[in-house]
Write a protein that binds this ligand. Structure first.
Ligand SMILES: [Zn+2]
Length: 281
């Protein structure tokens, strides 16, 4: 700041304009060089990163092991007696184990303000608490989001959620927003897996879409248990349970069970809560 005026004052009079023209070119060249650096540096930086930090996931993944502890954060309770069954949404390639979340890190979740009915947030909290207890998986509430419901949600949204897997997304949506809600479907749920370098699939994020109008009607009619059961059922899908034909189970395809997870549901959830820890994802 001190040198600027001194240099200008030392310029011979009459050369000021020519110098300014000459000075313009280096400034212009400087901008080009800076632009090249901005483009080239991240590419170089990414290529220079250790290979194992990406694990073949491509660029659409956060650094591995975000928020991962060395041991499971919780454990499922002892499984009850009874003859209820369970099925899983997805099995590993060898068919022996279900695809599950990493129990060594919390499952973050966020609830959308878009279409959120009165009492909807509390309903979600109740359902999450029940399914967390039954599976032993730890859930962490990231609060509300204004992310709108879309059918093809990206499990990695660093601009919105930072450099980590996007939290599980829970929303009260319309068939216009989520076409699969059309035709009387009151809820949808599921999770997205990613493969570790040994090929083992691990869920990294998920979504629950609840039919806004049907859920609002249940809440307004005082059918709180039914509304909560719908959310629990969809979170069951997120954790990794699929449907059963037994109408006494929460995961019954036809719905109807309103007392939370039953014996078969609990056995399935206990298995899903004992997945392997994967700090490499
Ligand atoms: Zn279902």
């Amino acid at each position: 700041m001190v040198q600027g005026p001194l240099v200008r004052a030392a310029r011979p009079p009459g050369r000021h304009r020519a110098e300014a023209r000459n000075a313009r070119r280096p400034r212009w060249l400087g901008l080009v060089v800076m632009a090249l650096l901005v483009v080239a540096l991240p590419v170089w930086w990414w290529q220079a990163r250790p290979f194992d930090s990406r694990l073949g996931l491509g660029a659409d993944a956060p650094p591995a092991g975000i928020g991962a502890a060395q041991a499971p954060l919780g454990a499922p309770p002892a499984t009850p007696g009874g003859r209820g069954g369970y099925t899983f949404m997805r099995m590993q390639a060898d068919g022996t184990e279900p695809v599950a979340y990493d129990p060594c890190r919390p499952i973050h979740f966020t609830t959308s303000t878009v279409g959120l009915p009165e009492g909807g947030d509390a309903l979600v909290h109740e359902a999450v608490a029940t399914m967390s207890e039954a599976s032993g998986l730890r859930f962490v509430d990231d609060g509300l989001t204004d992310e709108p419901p879309t059918p093809d949600r990206d499990p990695y949204q660093p601009d919105r959620y930072g450099d980590r897997w996007a939290p599980v997304y829970i929303s009260f949506a319309t068939p216009d927003q989520i076409p699969r809600l059309a035709g009387g479907t009151i809820g949808l749920g599921g999770s997205t897996p990613r493969a570790a370098d040994d090929g083992v699939l691990v869920y990294v994020s998920g979504s629950v879409w609840l039919d806004r109008d049907a859920m609002t009607a249940l809440l307004r009619a005082g059918r709180h248990d039914s509304a909560r059961a719908v959310v629990e059922h969809e979170i069951g899908h997120v954790i990794g349970l699929n449907h059963v034909s037994d109408g006494s189970q929460l995961m019954s395809e036809s719905g109807g069970a309103v007392d939370g997870p039953a014996d078969g549901d609990r056995r399935g959830l206990a298995i899903l809560g004992r997945g392997g820890c994967r700090p490499d994802l």
